[in-house]
Structure formats: C-alpha cells, structure tokens
Design a protein around this ligand. Sequence first.
Ligand code: HEM
Length: 416
Amino acid sequence: MTTIPQEKVLDNSIRLLLEGFPFIQNRVERFNSNIFKTRILFQNVICLHGEEAAKIFYDPDKFMRLGAIPNRIQNTLMGKDAIQTLDGAAHLHRKAMFMSLMTPDSLHQINRLMSQQWQRYIKKWEQMEQVVLFEEVQDLLCRVACAWTGVPLKEKEVRKRAQDFTAMVDAFGAVGPRHMRGRKARKRAEKWIEKVIQQIRKGDLEVPDGSPAHVMAFHRDHDDNLLDKHMAAVELINLLRPIVAIATYITFGALAMHDHPVAQRKIADDEENYVEWFVQEVRRFYPFGPFLGNRVKNDFSWGGHDFKKGTLVFLDIYGTLHDPNIWEHPHEFYPYRFKHWKGSPFDLIPQGGGDHFSGHRCAGEWVTIEAMKVSMVYLAKHMTYEVPQQDLSYSLVRMPTRPKSNFIITNVKANE
Ligand code: HEM
C-alpha cells in the first residue's frame, strides 16, 4: 500500500476559507498527487482530484452520502434530508421522480418561458437608467421557475422570493451574517411552499397534472407513503432555488461576452453550435461549486491507497475543471475546445459527474444549459447595451462568487 500524502495540521478549515476555490488544487500541485489527506472541521478528509478520481467518487458501491453533508449546508442550501443526502433505493426512487420532470417537453417549456421573460425584461430595461444584470436576471428566472413548476407568484413578491432563493445559495461557503441570511431565507421559502403543497393536496389550488408542483405534492416515497408536506416543499424548492441560481452563470456569460467580443458576434451570427460550446465553457471556466463530499461506504483500496469505512472524501470540482491534464490551457476562456470534446461524464463536472438517473449528478443540468443558451442569444443578438466602468473582477476566495459589481449595463435597446 502507498501512503497518501498528508498535511501535518490540526485543522485546515480556516485555510480553506482563506484559499477558497483553489484549496484542493493548490495541494494537488504541492504534493504532485491527485490524492492527499487533510483535516477539515476537525475530521480527517481525503481529497481527490481529476477524471479518474471522479469515476471512483461516483461508484455507489464505494461511497454514500449518509453523514457527508454538514447540517449548516442542509439548513441553508438544499434543505434537511433532501435528495442530495439519500442513498441506495431511496435515492433511486426520488431521483426517478426528479428526472421524470426533465423531459424534452419540459425543456421546450423552459425555452419558451425564458424567451417570453427576456423580451419582457429587455422592454423594462429600455426604460431604466442602469440595470444590475445579476439581480434582474434572478427575478426573470424566479418567474420562469414558478411558471414552469406551477407555483403561483404574486407580482409584488417576485423580488423578495428571488432574493431568498439567492440567499440560500449565497450561504454555502459563509459563516456569520451571510449564513444566517440563508437560514432565514430557507425558513421563509419552506413556509411559503408548504402552504402551496397543502393547497394543491386539498384541491384549493389547481395546477396542471404532471406539472412539477403537482408531481411533488402527490409523490409517494419508496415505502409508498406520501412525502410529508415539509419534505415535499424541500424538494419543490430543490427545483425553484437552482433555477434562480442560473443567474450566476448568466452573469458570468455576460462577462465572458464583454471580455471576448468575437464570441458575442459568433453567438449573434448563429455560428454552428457555438452557443452550446460557449455555455459549456462558461460552466467549465467560471467558479460555482468548489468540491463535493461523500463518505466511504465499505473499506476498499484504489490506486494503492486504503479507504476506510466512514472516512470523509472530497472531490475537487473547481480544480478538475482547471486541470491542465484534461483541459489544454485551462485558464484560457476558449469555447472551441468543446467542438471536439468527447463528452466524458467525469471531466466536465460543474454540476457533478456520472449518470443523471442512477447517481447524484445534478437533475437540472439540461435545464441549466437550455436556460443559459436562450439567455446568451438574447444578450448577444436581441439587444444592445453598454457596460460602464465598474469592478468586474471576481474573488476566488468568496464561495459562491460573481463579478463584484453584479454586472451593470446601461443604454439597453431591443434589436428589431
Ligand atoms: C445536484 C450544481 C442547477 C437540481 C447538484 C449537484 C451540483 C449541482 C454540484 C450535486 C451533484 C452531486 O451531489 O454529485 C448545479 C449548478 C447549477 C444547478 C452549478 C446551476 C445553477 C440546477 C437546476 C436544477 C437542479 C436548474 C433543477 C431544475 C438539482 C437536484 C440535485 C442537484 C435535484 C440533486 C441530485 C441528486 O442528489 O441526485 N447540482 N445545479 N440543479 N441539482 Fe443542480
């Protein structure tokens, strides 16, 4: 057996907060190894990096989610005991329900709703002196998310609900006030959506059969019991919140177009599959999730290293997306790299790796890509705008991150 390189530290949680996204990759380079041990939150953690490691990480015989996601993340980002924490038959059953919503028809609906909202928002922005794109797009996406799922959204609550969904995501790498904002936002959203679930069940609110809100309200778990109203709300929020979170990628997409005007022209000219490659490159290049956690299910060895049952294991997302062994010049924004991409389920992993149906890979990856494609086309082709002087830099320490100015645009005009 080979020994896993190990950091001699009591605890590295503070260093993780200080180094942010590149934390794992920094050590992979220092140890010249795709695997090393450290200590986070006073626990031993094995960190894994790269495509081969991702294949192992998504092997359900080797790993489980039980006890892998800290309460502070469940209480803000995803909700307590949600699908992200399930294993085995319970996970497969819940995941089948989520994936049953991700049909070609759903993607058409998302495409149509996104187009409608972009047209409406461009008109609104024409009347505004300046537009904070990140915030406006959250509202736009919140309307799309509610319309698609069947959740009623009053005009006057759009901003508040969009802010709450954003606060839940904003809390994941935070301590202190940002974390507390995420908790409060989750409590408010759960109360709201529990009421929606109850109304649907009682017949007081009619939503179309087969709409996500209807499916969630009447879903029976693998033991054939109706989800309790809280769990149903948590899972419905697991559709609403991440749709609003696509605002981060859309804002980064706008930044990429601003930095690469040639790319903007290619999108506007509908060049081949360029918009698809561009969207994939945005998801690869710009940081969102830093790493994922699992626990070893049963003792096993891999690559000459022992993995003991119960050990916490992190998979490096950010570093794998910027690994020079996988991506040529990984720190260059270059959409054409996707022209010849082989489509491995284990290298482009901003939304997790492996299989959507049998593993924990993001249920909403196709929705994300569709919503981003529509948005990039609207930004590039159906409107003109100016980008005034502002701080467009983004931190690699803050998790999650985005351009500091939230991307301000002025002089918005619709193109005929
Ligand atoms: C899971 C990222 C958008 C629904 C995940 C995971 C990641 C992720 C990293 C965990 C994968 C794992 O545990 O192995 C993202 C990012 C998004 C996004 C960066 C872009 C904003 C969406 C959308 C939806 C969605 C739009 C729904 C419409 C889910 C669900 C899971 C999940 C239900 C849990 C899957 C499971 O545990 O089996 N996402 N996601 N996500 N995502 Fe997303």
